[in-house]
Design a protein around this ligand. Structure first.
Ligand code: PLP
Length: 480
């Protein structure tokens, strides 16, 4: 952790605990630098970081002040209690395809999108890595780099885990076509049609589609906005259904944004190990944290090899390169064999380009910039939502990633809001996309992964007006 990050975190904690209150002035840069024995630029960096996170703001010639919105927050959505804890067939794909297709147009405001803006990625720099590696490519690499994948890339990935305090063996890593392939392969290795699998409620719709296409039954277990899956419900689902696998997002859960504390990750791994149930861990957002360190994956607590951990470069660097990986634990060989029969290998030039990019340095600097941009965009979106959406709205405030999970006030129907917003050129991701039972009818997921502009502000205002009008329509006599 850098010095300025540690100082920023300390100040953020003082604000969270109410030691520093909204409107309070922060120590002057000169004073803070003298009293802490750090350089003025360290203090400036810390203040810039907190400003980007929407916690403090500079006032001309007066210094930095704690913002009112830092404590006057929208309440967070509560847990959705109607996850039935039954094992049910999954039928969501048609709805998901319809919604994703409708939001593809470039001129639509992409609040419903699953990706951050490509403008936030160092694509020209990657293209240079691609060009130079392809020109210099050993003709045998297309053979060498077939599954489990490019040895240098797997080493670079293992090194990144090592830097975060997690030991991953290079031989345990299988390169795949994006995390989605790794997750699907994991499901295939572990289950057969008709089996039951524990999933989150709400869940990433890709997980629901995977279950649906493999003919599996989903047991939905509720997720809390801050700390992830409900432990008591998880335990009871395991005992009742004897599932063949459990598919979870431990960090910056999509769509809710929760991060499980380390103690919970450890408890889940131990619970599953005791029942011999493998964990399919989706950790594609782990690098997009706004705090001072990467939250550990559940894989870090895996002593028996039951965690199949997947991630990728899609959310941080290059969605189009389609390069991800799975750390397969005891299932690594089965996974690599299945990958070989399905698609033989991930593109050798794409693997080599990413290996080159990672080994030349610069990725961490890019990630720092990306995290700062996302944190600032989250603050702008939350601020706009709190001003334009009706009273009673609830919104998550995740410590990373690029989604807000919003509970609409007044029982407004999210699918109807999606239809009307789209006709005005704004996409949102309606809650029923994230549930096997198509619940979450009063929720939407909003993407803040795009630079904040006047158009974004106007789109939030339009959504606010649409919600108001849907609310008054549904409260008219004769309508429900
Ligand atoms: C939660 C989650 N998991 C996995 C994926 C797929 O990632 P990739 O592009 O690496 O296949 C996505 C992409 O939208 C996602 O949101």
């Amino acid at each position: 952790m850098k010095l300025y990050e540690a100082y920023a975190e300390e100040l953020a904690e003082s604000i969270r605990q109410g030691v520093l209150k909204p409107g309070d002035r922060l120590p002057s840069v000169r004073h803070a630098s003298a009293s802490r024995g750090v350089s003025p630029s360290t203090v400036f960096e810390a203040y810039y970081l907190l400003e980007a996170r929407g916690i403090i703001r500079a006032r001309e010639r007066s210094g930095y002040f704690v913002l009112a919105s830092a404590s006057k927050r929208l309440p967070e959505p509560g847990i959705q209690a109607d996850a039935s804890n039954e094992s049910l067939p999954v039928d969501v794909s048609a709805l998901v395809f319809d919604i994703l297709e409708s939001a593809k147009e470039r001129d639509v405001v992409p609040f419903g999108s699953a990706f951050p803006s490509p403008l936030l990625f160092p694509l020209p720099r990657l293209a240079r890595s691609m060009a130079s590696t392809v020109v210099a490519m050993d003709p045998w690499s297309s053979v060498d780099d077939i599954t489990p994948g490019n040895a240098n890339l797997r080493r670079q990935i293992a090194l990144r885990y090592l830097a975060d305090g997690m030991h991953v063996h290079t031989d345990d890593i299988v390169i795949v076509n994006g995390a989605l392939e790794g997750l699907n392969l994991s499901l295939h290795v572990l289950t057969k049609p008709g089996d039951a699998v524990i999933i989150e409620s709400p869940a990433f719709y890709g997980a629901l589609q995977a279950l649906e296409s493999h003919g599996l039954r989903g047991i939905e277990v509720p997720v809390h906005a801050r700390e992830g899956i409900d432990m008591a419900a998880l335990q009871s689902a395991i005992e009742r259904h004897r599932p063949k696998a459990c598919w979870l997002m431990t960090n910056f859960q999509n769509p809710v944004g929760s991060v499980m504390p380390d103690s919970k990750k450890q408890a889940i791994v131990e619970l599953l190990a005791a029942h011999d149930i493998p964990l399919i861990e989706d950790d594609v957002y782990g690098e997009l944290y706004f705090g001072t360190r990467r939250p550990l994956p559940a894989k870090a607590f895996d002593k028996t090899g039951i965690v199949l951990h997947s991630s990728s470069f899609s959310k941080c660097l290059s969605p189009g390169y389609r390069v991800g990986w799975t750390v397969g634990g005891r299932y690594t060989q089965a996974l690599a064999r299945l990958k070989t029969t399905r698609s033989l290998s991930t593109s050798a030039p794409a693997q080599a380009a990413l290996a080159d990019y990672l080994s030349k340095g610069g990725y961490d600097k890019h990630l720092r910039q990306l995290r700062h941009a996302l944190a600032a965009q989250q603050a702008a979106m939350l601020d706009a939502v709190s001003r334009h959406f009706p009273k009673g709205t609830r919104a998550s405030r995740p410590d990373g990633g690029y989604f807000l999970w919003v509970e609409l006030a007044g029982g407004v129907d999210a699918l109807e809001l999606h239809r009307r917003a789209l006709s005005l050129g704004i996409s949102v991701a309606p809650g029923p996309m994230f549930s096997a039972q198509r619940t979450f009818r009063h929720f939407i997921r909003l993407n803040y992964g795009h630079p904040w502009t006047e158009r974004s502000e106007a789109a939030v205002a339009t959504l606010g007006r649409l919600i108001e009008s849907l609310r008054s329509e549904s409260s008219e006599p004769g309508k429900k």
